[in-house]
Design a protein around this ligand. Structure first.
Ligand code: J2J
Length: 541
């Protein structure tokens, strides 16, 4: 059994193989290689726990055997939601070993997001933690079973009952031989999450071949080696800390991943000093907090050599402070879960590193920068980014209508970013055409939130736009036309929370207006809303 997804055309796949980008090995080879090369080296640090490569592999194998004995295998999918704990990687590798493709939901995701993912992949397995509000009791699991009738296995962290305890499954050796049946390397290994600009969150099928290439090439670009100690402080499942080069890149290089619960500076500083962390990956607001906290707390960051920053635009003034004040090199990373990742290189000039978001990983990443008519613009002129290549997907999972808009006839994915190519060949992100708010690296699809606001009986029109914010870069503001006066921001917030949307998607502000400004073609005039935000309105909370 395999999962259906949009494949690369034969000719492209052949070329990627000939060039050595696709090596036709499952992602599990990352772990297998290290188990053979350095079984006792520490791979993972989580709180007081240290796991060697051998120990990681043993636990992942136990879990794989446990699940295989229950009939899970290639063609099956899993909904996984874990915080930043060692178990995240153990589960990831265990599922890869038996060919089960997971979606790794963010810990901040709630009922709406998880239900949507379950709807789309129809999981047979749920892995979660009792510590999450949705899994404190079994009510939501019941709802997931209604959505996905084939859901037969549940494994939870913090669960007392052995048959549903994730820890028990990881610790208990298999009764029989451990099965090893990853999906073929050109099949779906797992699903990555799209930042999204549509009503429902989309899923991105990633194959072993394409993802493994991005990981290996990223590890080379960032010069990872067995001495690398990587602080994973962003959500472990996000594409950036997972693969750019992220934890998988570090495992590939035989280094060590140190887990942090969040990018909160003081806890991270303590981990850096204690474990000799050499590299960290952050979003811009977190860097701002680190820059502020480091001198005040006399942080010992001597071991830190490289700070990667990505996920949202990083102001040049802040970028310049990183080497001076944190004592490490800066690398800007402009990536997307759909594929294409750009890095400033470690030997780029200071000016490039401070003002650009880098260039693609692969010589075969094709980047087009297009004007409104779809013609390529010259260097130095802003245009919309479209890309295809050896690790850029060819279509969202089971979303033909959206794919028709997002992917052109040549297979180029339109990311919705407005970029400029410099004469040196670097990209600079200067804007966006997608209807999305980038709240400090967390992406909010305007359409999704507008649809939820419109579900309130007193709301007739809703428009969500980005507003500038000194720390977050952007925050969100909802403009609303009401059927009748009386509803306030608190009531609408409550409405959204009750619908079960992740908290980071809640509008930071609400503004009530009499009529919704429309464009000539009858769409909400978002630019008009953004402009009007600059003028204070009495009804704004
Ligand atoms: C401006 N905008 C950026 C940057 C991403 C590495 C790093 C980041 C992501 C990521 C990722 C940006 N400057 N440096 O997957 O592997 C915005 C763009 C982009 C969108 C993708 C990785 N880096 N962005 O952020 O899928 O708008 O991936 O299209 O979450 O984030 O978001 P996401």
């Amino acid at each position: 059994m395999t999962l259906d997804f949009t494949r690369w055309p034969e000719a492209a796949a052949r070329r990627y193989r000939e060039k050595g980008f696709w090596i036709d090995k499952p992602l599990t080879r990352i772990l297998d290689t290290q188990v053979a090369a350095r079984p006792d080296a520490v791979a993972l640090v989580c709180g007081e726990r240290e796991l060697s490569y051998k120990e990681m592999d043993r636990r992942a194998s136990h879990l794989a055997a446990h699940l295989a004995a229950r009939g899970l295998g290639p063609g099956d999918t899993a909904l996984v939601q874990l915080p930043n704990v060692a178990e995240f990687y153990l589960v990831f590798f265990a599922l890869l070993k038996i060919g089960v493709a997971p979606v790794n939901a963010l810990f901040s995701h709630r009922k709406l997001e998880l239900s949507s993912y379950a709807q789309q992949i129809q999981p047979r397995l749920v892995v979660a933690t009792r510590r999450h509000e949705l899994f404190g009791d079994d009510a939501f699991l019941g709802q997931l079973k209604d959505i996905s009738p084939g859901l037969s296995e549940v494994l939870l962290l913090g669960e007392a009952e052995p048959s549903r305890s994730l820890s028990h499954a990881l610790e208990t050796p298999a009764a029989g031989p451990v099965p090893y049946a990853p999906t073929a390397a050109d099949e779906v290994a797992f699903f990555q999450l799209s930042g999204g600009s549509t009503g429902t969150p989309k899923l991105i099928p990633r194959t072993h071949n394409d993802y493994d290439y991005s990981v290996r090439a990223s590890a080379d670009i960032c010069r990872l080696d067995p001495d690398t100690r990587f602080l994973c402080a962003l959500p472990a499942g996000h594409n950036f800390p997972l693969s750019s080069p992220g934890a998988l890149g570090v495992f590939h290089a035989g280094g060590r991943v140190v887990m942090a619960a969040s990018p909160e500076p003081l806890a991270c500083f303590a981990l850096i000093a204690r474990h000799g962390v050499t590299m960290a990956a952050l979003v811009p607001p977190a860097v701002a907090l680190w820059l502020e906290a480091a001198p005040r707390h006399r942080a010992d960051l001597a071991s830190l050599k490289l700070m990667q920053v990505g996920g949202a635009s990083f102001a040049e003034a802040l970028a310049r402070r990183v080497p001076a004040e944190l004592g490490c090199a800066l690398q800007q990373v402009f990536g997307m879960a759909e594929g294409l990742v750009n890095y400033t290189r470690l030997d780029d000039t200071d000016d490039s590193v401070f003002t650009c978001q880098g260039r693609p990983i692969s010589p075969d990443d094709e980047v087009r920068i297009l004007d409104e008519e779809g013609r390529e613009v010259p260097d130095g002129v802003p245009g919309m980014l479209a890309t295809r290549g050896p690790y850029t997907f060819r279509g969202y999972y089971r979303s033909p209508e959206h794919n028709a808009r997002a992917i052109d006839a040549d297979g180029f994915y339109a990311s919705g970013d407005v970029v400029v190519r410099t004469p040196e060949g670097n990209l600079r992100v200067v804007g966006r055409v997608k209807d999305q708010i980038n709240r400090g690296g967390e992406k909010i699809a305007a359409e999704e939130i507008e649809g939820l606001l419109m579900q309130h009986p007193d709301v007739t029109h809703a428009g969500l736009v980005a507003t500038e914010d000194a720390l977050m870069g952007e925050k969100s503001c909802a403009f609303l036309v009401l059927r009748q006066p009386g509803v306030n921001a608190a009531a609408l917030r409550k409405h959204l929370i009750a619908l079960g949307v992740a908290e980071y998607k809640l509008p930071d502000r609400f503004r009530f207006i009499d009529t919704m400004p429309l464009t000539a073609v009858g769409k909400i005039d978002k630019q008009g809303l953004r402009n009007s935000f600059a003028q204070p309105v009495a009804s704004s909370p």
